[in-house]
Design a protein around this ligand. Structure first.
Ligand SMILES: [Zn+2]
Length: 493
């Protein structure tokens, strides 16, 4: 008979210093490979093929403005926001919307008022709106007609129709998903995410910083626990606008309140970032999917390349964080507010704490066998949440100051050759801000871009490197050095 083996990790000490795990620091040295100064067999297999063009693709350090923004993210403000949100007792989506002190309606109005304070101090840069609709009973988690409201604060950028979205959900739940009266504090799930939207809006809308090129929407949505309703409404509102809103990236922060798992292990300098592979078929039709599979492009979807860019710009001494990218939509059995954006055809990813404590989410507040259950504020780590906010801030500010992504990126496949010819068009709205285009690549088995070559202001390049052996991406860099997301070239039609 089979027996079960359980292998447990020892708990680590609580005080763990930040040690960068950025992959750029462990790449092989190109000089030694090109000149065979070290024995070639010492090179990891993933470093083949050796090449002499381009250079190592390193991280992008924060600009002076961004470093200042990150320094102003305040764990004390984050704590105050979570404390206030918890004070509404429950924020269940079906809870009261008429009380001034309890329930989701009071929480919504407080979030709106808080964003409005930042808007009032922003010199007209930040505008706040509460939008929503009435969700009819769905035969599942919504048992009566319910107003679902999203609070959206938008920092208007200078480019036409470019938007990044950062979101958390302000609704909460109990053990019983339909219990809308019992206390459901939701400190980690997901006041922590809402606190990040608020804190970044406060800091980034400060008139001492330049207005970004792209707009940024700082969002708190409702209805997540009842079926992602608030996020779905917002994604559809953007997608169905005329013209369609060009959401270049969406992040949801959901359960980002603590680095400590139920096993007692603490990872204070790690945040997980979930990024989906193949987009839904409704978004990418079967012939595009066939082409994607043919060229091995299933790991280079817009969401995955968004995640790679986030990792490049958000792992640094200013954030004190390593971004652990997980190549899947979400954790097992779980879902989140990035999904409706992916279904609307937008690149979207999810931040979640490195280890979860399931006694502290989706549980009635109670003590059982000496164990405290419930999503209580005492289990939140505000310094950790501030670091996660800085990861979001680094990514948002870099992306919003980038030119966006090149369009119609193609690889020439009309003849068999060991060279590769790539061509592309300018980003939709950010062309005036393009300082140069860059071609990035990695071997097909490598997770992140390892190499980059600056090709200048051109729209076609031929590289002495075979497209059969590496994955290419083309990205635009702004005049002040902010990289946009890389785009996988498809075979030219
Ligand atoms: Zn959640």
């Amino acid at each position: 008979m089979w027996s079960k083996l359980i292998v447990a990790q020892a708990a680590l000490a609580a005080a763990i210093p930040f040690v960068s795990r950025n992959p750029a620091s462990v790449l092989y040295d190109r000089g030694t490979v090109a000149g065979f100064a070290t024995p070639i067999f010492a090179c990891p297999a993933s470093s083949w093929p050796p090449n002499t063009i381009g250079k190592t693709n390193g991280p992008q350090p924060p600009s002076a403005d961004l470093a200042s923004i990150l320094a102003h993210v305040d764990p004390g403000r984050i704590e105050a926001t979570i404390k206030k949100l918890v004070s509404f007792g429950t924020r269940h989506t079906l809870s009261t919307q008429t009380s001034k002190t309890r329930g989701i309606g009071a929480a919504r109005d407080w979030i709106h008022a808080e964003f409005q304070k930042y808007a009032d101090a922003s010199d007209g840069r930040l505008t706040v709106e509460t939008v929503g609709y009435v969700q009819q009973p769905d035969g599942n988690r919504v048992t009566f007609a319910t107003l679902i409201s999203d609070v959206v604060a938008t920092l208007r950028g200078t480019d036409e129709n470019r938007l990044y979205v950062v979101s958390g959900h302000y609704d909460t739940r109990n053990t019983n998903i339909l219990d809308y009266e019992g206390d459901a504090p939701g400190a980690d799930d997901d006041a922590s995410g809402v606190a990040i939207s608020l804190e970044l809006a406060r800091v980034m809308s400060n008139p001492k910083y330049p207005v970004p090129k792209a707009s940024i929407a700082f969002v708190a949505v409702a209805g997540e626990e009842q079926g992602l309703y608030g996020s779905q409404f917002l994604a559809q509102t953007y997608a169905n606008s005329t013209p369609r809103v060009n959401v270049e990236g969406m992040f949801t922060n959901d359960i980002v309140g603590s680095p400590k798992g139920s096993d007692g292990i603490v990872d204070p300098h790690v945040i997980r970032l979930f990024a989906q592979g193949l987009p839904p078929l409704a978004v990418e039709n079967s012939s595009k999917r066939e082409s994607r599979l043919q060229i091995g492009g299933e790991n280079d979807t817009p969401a995955r390349n968004l995640a790679r860019l986030i990792k490049e710009v958000a792992e640094n001494p200013e954030t004190q964080m390593n971004v652990s990218v997980v190549y899947r939509l979400d954790r097992y059995l779980r879902g989140g507010d990035h999904r409706p954006f992916l279904e609307a055809g937008y690149p979207a990813v999810r931040f979640t704490e490195p280890r979860e404590d399931f006694a502290h989410q989706h549980q009635n507040v109670r003590v059982e066998n000496g164990v405290q259950y419930g999503d209580l504020i005492e289990f939140c780590d505000f310094d950790f949440i501030a670091r996660v906010a800085r990861v979001n801030g680094a990514a948002l500010w870099s992306l919003a100051n980038s030119p966006g992504a090149p369009t119609n990126v193609r690889v020439n496949t009309t003849a068999l050759t060991n060279n590769s010819t790539l061509y592309w068009g300018p980003p939709l709205a950010g062309e005036a801000n393009v300082g140069a285009y860059e071609v990035v690549w990695r071997t097909t088995a490598a997770p992140f871009w390892t190499d980059v070559i600056d090709v200048g202001l051109v729209n076609e390049v031929t590289l002495a490197l075979s497209k059969d052996n590496v994955v290419f991406g083309v990205r635009a860099r702004s005049k002040d050095g902010s990289r946009g997301v890389a785009v996988l070239p498809f075979p030219a039609a």
